[in-house]
Design a protein around this ligand. Structure first.
Ligand code: BMP
Length: 264
């Protein structure tokens, strides 16, 4: 299908001016991983323990910082230490959804000061271009990147059809800051433009969770749908087996699907 999905992650670096995008592709090539861990646990201790174990196998650690019951500045210090130790980037899955002026404050201020530590964050395109412009004012000078939620993995999602297409158009107007999409598949198949696609809703052992989540396999997402990064949460940290073993299983499944895509 798409020309850019036949290129290696490393070959695609030159398609981006955004620092976070370039760093991410470099890191994926270096560590040979397209796995992102969605670490949705509620305590610092649990979070840091799992991140330390799984860190060597991921390119991106995805956080929901506001679900930690004992968040404090020390958590950020510890997180940065693990980032340096294991060489991964951080994606705060904040899903901004307000007007530009408000998201600017939400991104840079408050308790979490997301822009200070998250290399990548994301936003719903729903409010219009102002949301990207507001986040860009804060994030671009810091070398950050943004993903737009063009599709969602949950059953009954309204982010489909014309909405998804409008998200792509919005991204095109902000190529310096918008590095890609949260989506289930590659959305652009033009060889002259490239976006990084990250797909949540990935699991090898279950197909749903009882609350609307729908799971597909790494092979389906990377090989058949030409996505670039698999986002895996409970499949890794809630497994009965060892988290390292599970992380390796997903890392290998994601990377092998990518190698197969390159050879097809
Ligand atoms: P899990 O693999 O445990 O189902 O977790 C999926 C993660 O991806 C969660 O952190 C969720 O917030 C996120 N996510 C999703 O599941 N679907 C989307 O469309 C967008 C998301 O960010």
């Amino acid at each position: 299908m798409a020309f850019n999905s036949k290129k290696t992650y490393g070959e695609r670096i030159e398609n981006f001016t955004n620092i976070a995008a370039r760093e991410l592709l470099t890191l994926m090539e270096r560590k040979k991983t397209n796995l992102s861990l969605a670490l949705d646990v509620n305590t610092k201790r649990e979070f840091l323990e799992i991140a330390d174990k799984v860190g060597p196998y991921i390119c991106l650690l995805k956080t929901h910082i506001d679900i930690l019951v004992d968040f404090d500045q020390d958590f950020i210090e510890q997180l940065k230490k693990l980032q340096n130790k294991h060489d991964f980037m951080i994606f705060e899955d904040r899903k901004f959804a307000d007007i530009g002026n408000t998201v600017k404050h939400q991104y840079s201020k408050g308790i979490y000061k997301i822009a200070e530590w998250a290399n990548i964050t994301n936003a719903h395109p729903l409010p219009g271009d102002g949301i990207v412009s507001g986040l860009k004012e804060v994030g671009l000078p810091l070398g950050r990147g943004l993903l737009l939620l063009a599709e969602m993995s949950s059953k009954g999602s309204l982010a489909t059809g014309a909405y998804t297409e409008a998200a792509v158009e919005m991204a095109r107007r902000h190529r310096d800051f918008v590095i890609g999409f949260i989506a289930g598949r590659k959305l652009v198949s033009n060889e002259n433009e490239d976006f990084i696609v990250m797909s949540p809703g990935v699991g090898l052992d279950s197909s749903k969770d009882g609350l609307g989540q729908q799971y597909r396999t790494p092979r389906n997402v990377i090989l058949e749908s030409n996505s670039d990064i698999i986002i895996v949460g409970r499949g890794i940290y809630e497994s009965d087996k060892d988290v390292i073993e599970e992380a390796l299983r997903y890392k290998n499944a994601g990377w092998n699907a990518y190698l197969e895509r390159l050879m097809n």
